[in-house]
Design a protein. Structure first.
Ligand SMILES: [Ca+2]
Ligand SMILES: [Ca+2]
Length: 78
């Protein structure tokens, strides 16, 4: 039984890694000027995020940071 729970935790860990990698890849793909933030212009390919921009821009700096983008993906896709 210990082996089973060990395998289960490995599976959970690796799926977290895959999620983190996926978020980073999507983020850097959208962040065309590579400044670490997504602006309205850069979010044109993501109309769903653009239309809810104010909800996800938690610190209201008019840009979506990696953490804010991750929150968005976590709430919408997973
Ligand atoms: Ca940017
Ligand atoms: Ca922000």
């Amino acid at each position: 039984m210990r082996i089973l729970s060990f395998v289960t935790s490995i599976l959970i860990l690796s799926s977290f890694d895959a999620l983190a990698l996926d978020v980073k890849q999507r983020f850097s793909h959208l962040d065309t000027n590579k400044n670490g933030y997504l602006t309205h212009d850069e979010l044109e390919p993501q109309p769903q995020l653009l239309s809810t921009f104010l909800i996800w821009d938690k610190d209201q700096d008019n840009q979506i940071s990696l953490i804010e983008f991750k929150n968005y993906l976590t709430n919408n896709l997973y």
